[in-house]
Design a protein around this ligand. Structure first.
Ligand code: C5P
Length: 410
């Protein structure tokens, strides 16, 4: 798959303050530039005690700036020039001391001076705290974190776990890959702010005996991409996932299930609490009527065993019947006559929107081509029908969904 360039055209000023997590910022620079961003690193004196500007210059391809008296700037106003060019300022790691300085509006060195001088309405400030757990939980730091939020900054993390000092707890800087995802999400339009989305994804597994079962080739990738895109768009997302080995998108609440019945039991109680339900799961239509307690043995048997199958409940159709239920979106994986089958399914399940795709062409793949079908209209996504990566499609679907929700809003 080609590398994603979700930050193409973005200019990030990355500020490093004093903390052992500075070594991770080198990796962050690499990830940001790989994602298409240009990165200007600014370091405090304390940061330079942990990692050298040489490393960060080499990775960012730009000389690091660390002094407000830097004569390389023609007007000698690094704090103004840097913040006027930036699409965002990210402080990672942000020490307890630096957070306190930001809160007080102090400006006695370049980085804090630049943060204070930034045009707040167009240059957001994102702060990734990194410190010992006692420092993080101290009321002074907690007050400062709250004050930063009130002043319009965004606080990323911190994470929890092993700390360089040997203690365990809250205060670790988020991992570089997590910070990258946070930043990518930050720049996505918040078209679903405040909406609650419930999404099913992946296959189900219907056991025959303790070691065997009936399942299918659904990889869960489309449903996981939708969950990520919805979260990036500002929604609160619950993802009910069949057995797949995909990482949970950041900020998404995940419920793992195996069988269609478990998926039904997980989804139905949540249906009325959500604004939207998107069913991408490839739910098995049938399950063995009874589960053999022990492994069905081959030895001594001349004829193959037979099983009786019984029908699984249709989760989507059931959610569509919930009084004051969510806006329901189905998926139709077909092998031919997509529009015809998708529209028939829309009517059969009593839902306002269905997304058709060619199942065999997309199962397990990173790209897909969709047909968006409602009762009257249909259109291809992307418009030219060419296969597109699932996250890009998922983001486009969220924009489409937001418009449709607005149209049906009371
Ligand atoms: O009827 P069919 O399985 O083709 O419909 C597909 C759509 O219905 C998908 O959105 C799928 O997630 C949903 N579905 C469901 N429960 C089932 C079967 C399908 O939610 N038992």
């Amino acid at each position: 798959m080609p590398e994603r360039t979700d930050l193409q055209g973005r200019h990030i000023v990355l500020g490093l303050t004093g903390g052992i997590a500075c070594y991770k910022s080198a990796e962050l620079v690499r990830l940001l530039t790989k994602a298409g961003a240009t990165v200007q690193v600014v370091m405090t004196e304390a940061a330079e005690a942990f990692i050298t500007p040489v490393t960060l210059q080499a990775l960012s391809g730009r000389p690091v700036v660390s002094s407000q008296w830097d004569a390389r700037e023609p007007n000698n106003m690094a704090h103004i020039n840097l913040s006027r060019e930036a699409d965002a300022i990210v402080i990672a790691p942000a020490s307890a001391d630096f957070m306190a300085k930001l809160v007080q509006g102090r400006a006695d060195e370049l980085l804090s001076l630049m943060c204070l001088a930034r045009p707040r309405e167009r240059c957001p400030l994102l702060v990734a705290p990194a410190m010992n757990r006692e420092m993080w939980s101290h009321p002074a730091t907690q007050r400062n974190a709250q004050a930063l939020l009130q002043d319009g900054a965004h606080v990323l993390g911190p994470g929890s776990g092993d700390q360089a000092c040997g203690e365990v707890g809250d205060g670790r800087m988020l991992e570089p890959a997590e910070l990258l995802d946070e930043l990518i999400a930050f720049f996505q339009p918040k078209v679903l702010q405040g909406q609650r989305l419930l999404i099913t994804a992946g296959p189900t597994f219907e056991p025959i005996d303790p070691v065997r079962g009936i399942t299918n080739h659904s990889s869960g990738k489309m449903g996981f991409a939708l969950a990520r895109a919805a979260q990036e768009a500002g929604a609160q997302v619950t993802l009910v996932a069949g057995p797949v080995h995909l990482p949970t998108p950041r900020g998404v609440a995940r419920i793992n299930v195996m069988t269609a019945l478990q998926m039904f039991d997980a989804v139905l109680p949540l249906a009325a609490q959500n604004d939207v339900f998107i069913a991408t799961a490839a739910v098995a239509d049938w399950r063995p009527a009874s589960l053999s307690e022990h492994k069905i043995k081959k030895e001594g048997k001349k004829v193959a065993p037979t099983f009786e199958l019984t029908e699984n409940p249709d989760i989507l159709a059931a959610v569509a019947q919930v009084p004051q239920g969510p806006y329901c979106v189905g998926f139709a994986a077909e092998s031919e006559r997509l529009l015809e089958h998708a529209r028939a399914k829309l009517q059969r399940k009593g839902i306002p929107l269905i997304i058709g795709n060619l199942g065999p062409a997309t199962f397990g793949r990173d790209d897909n081509a969709l047909l968006v079908v409602d009762a009257q209209t249909h259109h291809a996504l992307p418009a030219d029908g060419s296969p597109t990566d699932k996250l890009t499609l998922a983001r486009a679907l969220m924009a489409e969904l937001a418009q449709r929700l607005q149209a049906v809003a009371p």
